[in-house]
Design a protein around this ligand. Structure first.
Ligand code: BGC
Length: 746
C-alpha cells in the first residue's frame, strides 16, 4: 500500500512532465541551472578535445580524463566533428555512448548533442552512401531526388548515434571562384530555396524524436558565398537590396520549412563580421524571419572577431559582441576559452543574464525535441537504417539525373558498345575527383577511406566494354604523373575509335580550394590538345565542383559531359551516358562562363545584356559558353501551346500556365520544364529573366504531356528601393522553352 501511495505522485509528476511542451520543460530545467551550467550548454568543442591523442587521433578512442573535464567540469552542451577521417558505425556508437554515459555524472544529467557535417551523405561514417554534391543535385531539377538523398543521410547519421546535421548549405553560387561553390545549389534563388526547403523537410519532417530524423542546420547565414576576392572567408561588400533579393530568400524559406538550427557566415559584410552583427542575427533573423531555433557560430569564429577581423580589442570583447548580437552556441572549438570569458563577462555585467537564458533555453528545447532527454544513446531502431542495399540504387538515380550533356557534335554520343576507347586524363582513375569535399575526410582526398567497391571512370567503362576494348594511359590518383604524359596519350590513341578525356578538379573543401585561376591548368589543356591532334573524336568528361574555363579547347571537343562531383555512383553514371544506357537530362544550375572577364549570370539586368559598340547596340552581353539551364538529351523535346488562364492577374489571385511538351525524338527521356518570367518595367531595374517554377517529367518517344504551373503575385516579386518585397502592377512576360506570352498584373 505504501508503495502504491508513493507511486501515485511520481506517476502524476511524470504525467505532468510529459504533458509539458518541450519549451515548458526547458524553462523548468533552466530555472535550476547555475551560470556555469548554462554557459557550458553554450559551449561546443571538437572531438579532438576529448580524444585520446588529441588532434592526432586516428581510431576514435576517447581520453576519459579529457571527457570528464569537458562534460563534468565545463558542462559542455555539444561536441562536433572527427579528427582525421570517418569512423565505422560501431565506433561512432561507442563514442556517443561514452559521452552520454559521462553526462550521467553531472548534476543535471543534460545530454550532449553531437553534430557532424553530412553534406552530400553522411561524410564521417565509413561506408555511408555519398550522393551528388548540391551543385549536381540542382542539375537534376528533381526535388524528390534531393529529398531522398537527405532522408538517407539522416538515417545514416542517426544510425551512427548522431542527431544534428550541419546541412544544408543555403549559400547561393553566384561567385564561381569561391571554393564552396560545389556545396551550393547554383546561381538561382528559386532553385536554391526550393531545394533547400525540401531537404530541410526531409531531414526533420518525421519529427526529431523519430530515429529517421536529424536536426538540420541552415548555413552559412548570410552572404558567405559572395566574397569580393572569391577567396573563402574574405570580405563581402553588399548593398542590402542585393542581399535581400539574392541571399536572404533561401533562409526565409528554410526557416518557414522548420529548420531547427542555423550556422553563421565566417566572413564579414561591409566591414562587420557577421558573428558580431546584431542587425543580421537579431533584427533580421529573429525578429523579421521569426527564427526560434539555435544559432551556432562557425569554427573559431568568435575568436576571429578579435584576432582576424580586429573589431574586438580583446577575446572577451569578441565573446561579448557575438553573444549580445545573438549567437547561442560557440563552436569554440579547440578549448574552453569561450566558457571562461563568457562567465567573466556575465559577472562584469557585459552580457545580461537574460541573453544567456534565452540562448540556453533554445539549446535545451532542441535537445528535448531530439528526444535526447528520453534516450541520448544510439537507437537500435536507427541502426538497421544504415547502408541499406537500395541506397546504392538511389545514389545511382541521383548521379544519372545530374549528368549534364553540354555538347554532342553530330550525335557522336552515345558511343557504340563495340567501340574501342582510350580513357585518359587525371580523373580517369581517381575516386576523390568524382566525390569532392566532405567525403570520409573534410577535403575528400584520401582514397583509402572510400568504400572498397567505389569505381573509377576507367573501371566503369571497362566493366561495360570488356578490358580488351579499353586502353588507358593513366595511373591511380589524380596527381599521378602518368596521367599527364602527352606522348603516351598520343601513342595509345592508335587503333581506338574515341578518346574519353577525363579532366577537371580533384576534391577540395573550403580555403584549401581557393584558386588563382578558373581556367583548367595548362597540363590538362596540353592533354586536350594532344587528344585532338590524334584526329580521333574526343569526348570530354568534366569532373569538377565549379565551372573551370575550357573556352579554348571547347570547339575541338566532339562531346562534353559535365559530371560534377556526383558521389559514389559518378563513374557508373558517366559510363551509362557514354554508351547510351542512360539518356541524360541534367540542366546546368549555373552559367558556364567563357572567362573571368565575362562573368554575367543568367538573371542579368538589361544593361548587362547590351554591349555598345560605337553606334550599334548589340544584345550580346550574356554570351556564356553554356547558359544556365543548358543540357542536351539523346532525344528532342518540342514545346507548343503555351496557355495562360487569363491575360490579367489581379491582387492575390492565381494564374495557371500550361504548356505542351512532346518527345519528338526516338529515345524515351526525362526533361525538366522551366518557367521564367520577366517584369517589363519596374521601379528597380528588372532582371531579363527569373526562374519561377520547374517540373521534371518523363516522356516516351512520341509522347506529349501538358505541364501546368500556378503563379501568384509573390512569384513575381522583387526587392524595391525601400527594401520591401513588392509586386508592382504592369506587364509581365512568361517564358517556357521557345514560347512566350504576356499578361498584366493589376
Ligand atoms: C565550416 C562549416 C562546418 C564546420 C564544422 C567549418 O569550417 O565552415 O561549414 O560545418 O567547419 O565542420
Amino acid at each position: 500500500m505504501k508503495k502504491i501511495l508513493f507511486l501515485v505522485p511520481s506517476i502524476l509528476i511524470l504525467f505532468h512532465l510529459n504533458a509539458q511542451s518541450d519549451l515548458q520543460k526547458a524553462e523548468t530545467l533552466l530555472k535550476t541551472m547555475t551560470l556555469e551550467e548554462k554557459v557550458g550548454q553554450m559551449t561546443q568543442v571538437t572531438f579532438a578535445v576529448i580524444a585520446k591523442d588529441g588532434w592526432g587521433n586516428q581510431d576514435g578512442n576517447i581520453d576519459p580524463a579529457a571527457l570528464k573535464k569537458a562534460v563534468v567540469d565545463y558542462h559542455v552542451g555539444s561536441i562536433l566533428n572527427t579528427t582525421a577521417h570517418g569512423f565505422s558505425v560501431d565506433t561512432w556508437q561507442q563514442i556517443i555512448t561514452q559521452i552520454q554515459d559521462e553526462t550521467k555524472n553531472t548534476r543535471l544529467k543534460i545530454p550532449v548533442v553531437y553534430g557532424l557535417d553530412g553534406i552530400h551523405g553522411q561524410t564521417y561514417t565509413l561506408n555511408s552512401t555519398l550522393f551528388p554534391q548540391s551543385i549536381a543535385l540542382a542539375a537534376t531539377r528533381n526535388v524528390n531526388l534531393a529529398k531522398t538523398a537527405a532522408k538517407i543521410t539522416a538515417n545514416e547519421l542517426r544510425a551512427s548515434g548522431v542527431r544534428w546535421n550541419f546541412a544544408p548549405v543555403l549559400d547561393i553560387g553566384r561567385q564561381p571562384l569561391w571554393s564552396r561553390f560545389p556545396e551550393t545549389y547554383g546561381e538561382d534563388v528559386y532553385l536554391g530555396k526550393t531545394m533547400g526547403a525540401a531537404v530541410i523537410k526531409a531531414y526533420e519532417g518525421d519529427g526529431l524524436r523519430n530515429p529517421t530524423a536529424v536536426a538540420s542546420c541552415m548555413k552559412h547565414y548570410l552572404g558567405y558565398s559572395a566574397p569580393r576576392s572569391g577567396k573563402d572567408r574574405t570580405p563581402t561588400y553588399m548593398p542590402e537590396i542585393e542581399m535581400r533579393e539574392y541571399y536572404l530568400p533561401q533562409f526565409r524559406e528554410a526557416v518557414n520549412a522548420g529548420s531547427s538550427t542555423i550556422m553563421i557566415n565566417s566572413g564579414e559584410i561591409n566591414g562587420e563580421p557577421v558573428h558580431a552583427s546584431k542587425y543580421l542575427l537579431t533584427d533580421v533573423l529573429r525578429n523579421e524571419l521569426g527564427f526560434e531555433g539555435v544559432i551556432v557560430s562557425d569554427w573559431e569564429d568568435i575568436k576571429r572577431i578579435h584576432d582576424r577581423h580586429f573589431v574586438a580589442a580583446t577575446p572577451r570583447e569578441a565573446v561579448v559582441m557575438a553573444v549580445n548580437a545573438g549567437i547561442d552556441m560557440s563552436m569554440v572549438p579547440g578549448d574552453f576559452s569561450f566558457y571562461d570569458l563568457l562567465i567573466e563577462a556575465v559577472k562584469l555585467g557585459e552580457v545580461p543574464i537574460s541573453r544567456i537564458d534565452d540562448a540556453v533555453q533554445r539549446i535545451l528545447v532542441l535537445k528535448y525535441k531530439l528526444g535526447l532527454f528520453d534516450n541520448p544513446y544510439p537507437e537500435p531502431a536507427a541502426e538497421g537504417n544504415f547502408g541499406k542495399p537500395d541506397y546504392q540504387t538511389f545514389a545511382l538515380d541521383a548521379a544519372h539525373e545530374a549528368m549534364t550533356l553540354l555538347k554532342n557534335q553530330n550525335n557522336v554520343l552515345p558511343l557504340s558498345r563495340s567501340a574501342r576507347v582510350l580513357v585518359a586524363g587525371p580523373s580517369a582513375q581517381s575516386i576523390s575527383a568524382l566525390n569532392g569535399c566532405w567525403s570520409y575526410t573534410w577535403q575528400g582526398k584520401e582514397e583509402q577511406w572510400y568504400p572498397a567497391d567505389s569505381k573509377t571512370i576507367f573501371q566503369a567503362i571497362t566493366d561495360k566494354l570488356g578490358a580488351a576494348h579499353v586502353a588507358t594511359t593513366t595511373g591511380k590518383g589524380f596527381d599521378n604523373a602518368m596521367n599527364y604524359d602527352v606522348a603516351n596519350l598520343t601513342a595509345a590513341a592508335t587503333g581506338v575509335n574515341a578518346i574519353i578525356l577525363c579532366l577537371g578538379e580533384d576534391a577540395y573543401a573550403e580555403s584549401p580550394g581557393n584558386t588563382r585561376d578558373l581556367a583548367l591548368p595548362d597540363n590538362q589543356i596540353a592533354l586536350a590538345n594532344a587528344a585532338v591532334a590524334t584526329g580521333k573524336p574526343v569526348i570530354l568528361i568534366l569532373t569538377e565542383g565549379r565551372p573551370r574555363f575550357i573556352t579554348n579547347i571547347e570547339p575541338s571537343m566532339h562531346a562534353i559531359l559535365m559530371a560534377y562531383w556526383s558521389g559514389k555512383k559518378t563513374a557508373e553514371a558517366v559510363a551509362d551516358v557514354l554508351f547510351g544506357d542512360y539518356n541524360p537530362d541534367g540542366r546546368l544550375p549555373f552559367t558556364y562562363s567563357r572567362s573571368m572577364g565575362e562573368i554575367v549570370l543568367y538573371d542579368r539586368k538589361p544593361t548587362e545584356e547590351i554591349r555598345e559598340v560605337f553606334n550599334d547596340n548589340i544584345n550580346s552581353g550574356y554570351d556564356p559558353l553554356y547558359p544556365f539551364g543548358h543540357g542536351l538529351s539523346y532525344t528532342t523535346f518540342e514545346y507548343s501551346n503555351l496557355q495562360l488562364s487569363s491575360t490579367t492577374l489581379s491582387g492575390n489571385a492565381k494564374l495557371t500556365v500550361g504548356i505542351t511538351v512532346k518527345n519528338s525524338g526516338n529515345r524515351d527521356g526525362k526533361h525538366a520544364v522551366e518557367l521564367y518570367t520577366r517584369d517589363l518595367y519596374a521601379s528597380v531595374t528588372p532582371c531579363m529573366m527569373r526562374l519561377r517554377a520547374f517540373q521534371k517529367i518523363s516522356l516516351k518517344t512520341g509522347e506529349s504531356k501538358t505541364v501546368t504551373f500556378t503563379l501568384d503575385k509573390d512569384d513575381l516579386a522583387f526587392v524595391n528601393a525601400q527594401l520591401k518585397t513588392v509586386t508592382e502592377p504592369g506587364e509581365f512576360e512568361v517564358m517556357i522553352g521557345n514560347q512566350k506570352k504576356t499578361f498584366i498584373y493589376q
